[in-house]
Design a protein around this ligand. Sequence first.
Ligand SMILES: [Zn+2]
Length: 261
Amino acid sequence: MLTKDLAICIRAIDYSETSQIVTFFARAAGKIDAIAKGSKRPKSPFDGPIEVLSHGNIVFIDSAGEKLATLTEFQQQPALINLRNDLFVPYTCLFAAELLNNLTDDYDPHPELFDGFLDFLHNVNEQHLTTNQRRDILALLILFQLILLKEVGLKPVLDRCVNCRKSGRVGLAPPPLDQSILDVPDVYFSNSANGLICRDCESSFPDKIKLTKEASDCLADLKQIPDSAEKTLEEIEKVMVHHLTGLLGRPLKMAKHILRN
Ligand SMILES: [Zn+2]
């Protein structure tokens, strides 16, 4: 069956002298692996070899139980990101694509995540052309990672302590639910708890990481992220990479290009 969709290429590997195997994140279909026969021939049916982060309309033949779909058309739009610039921006976009590839399942559609990813690529590119500050790119990456986690059902709890809210100790007054974690003096992030942990609960979470006041305020109130200091965003991104690595249970290839140390 021929299927039309709008898609972004998130992975491309050489399959033979002339063909590639590509992974697309498609708006209606979700993630698909497809063979692009002849994509590397001089007269390619896909306007040349398919590059990671290229996007446009695709037509493919469903894999019908087989591992690979067959790509029959790809109208590549002008690239959003110039991968030949040896800079933080393309690495950030490739890192986002790696996360998307690892955290989504084949043929599991996430149209909002697709739109969020396309917006992210546009915004990063725009930022690159205007300020090109590391801080602004990091802010966009952190917000995209949070959209991704939410879409795949792994949204971290950032507005209050994960633990006190859940425990509601018997015989004692439950903690006031309207108390924001912003008012709590020491705040930690725990991978296993999937969110923020307060000082009273931290001893039960050996994997916790202590956050600076700036970083925890920022996570508890995401509107602060675009205006935060680069140092704070570096700290948050380090926590995010640690968390995502823990979720996936293996190292992320592009992470070393994102973190400073
Ligand atoms: Zn607590």
